[in-house]
Design a protein around this ligand. Sequence first.
Ligand code: FES
Length: 276
Amino acid sequence: MAVQTSPPAAAAGSQKAPVVKRTDNWWGGTLFFFIVFSAFGAWATFRAFQNGFYETAGASQFGGAYYLSPLYSPTLRLSTKIAGFNISPALFILPFPLCFRLSCYYYRKMLYRAYGADPLGCAIAEPEPLASMRRKKYKGEKYFPLVVQNFHRYAFFAAAIFIIMLWKDTIESFFFKSGDSMHFGMGLGSIVFLTNVVLLSCYTFSCHSWRHFVGGNADCYSCSVLNQTKHGLWKKVSFINEKHGTFAMASLISVALTDVYVFLVTSGHFHDIRFF
Ligand code: FES
């Protein structure tokens, strides 16, 4: 990262903070996140309220495929109505992955940057007067509202349960109904589902909370067999943890694309390609 800094404030005889001018493309990542996350939010909101076109359920017009959108997994057969309107099951499902993502360390960093300019990037001064207003109010993450982000360590376990259910959906996407029997096969949808669940698993199990869970609370890694095992696991999780941000974005995109695929197939805009 190329950074060019002006003389320190004291040396310049000024009370102003030093101005840092990064000369690299520091805004690229923030802009990319803003576009992708905004597009995902708009699409997921539309689909969550649409309450349709989210499963093939082995129907013959879809070639017997079992494809279930990740936005509607697990299957909830609800008939909840409020003021005469059917409430979409996605509205009961999505709060769990949403809590996990919004409290993720990576997403926090990017959300602060992309939607709050807080700051826009490393070594980039926050715009005034926002910066001085925030400085007066900021109490750290020990107090409400930011303290709720500590909930992330529990949201991880909810996310892990969702991963199990998404693997079940993926296995089902490799089985097709013909008549009264089921047979193993592979469609383009099966590959889409497999790619999505692998990326989601990498994202979930590269989580910082999981890394602490498997390797934390040990003062001496070599002192017992248990701690040596913890150390081995911690090293493996640390390996994928280095790519946590990449998995965070890749899995967000793959969830959207998997849902788009199911939408296109179930709405008749696209016919699933069957390899065997
Ligand atoms: Fe990102 Fe836990 S820190 S998912």
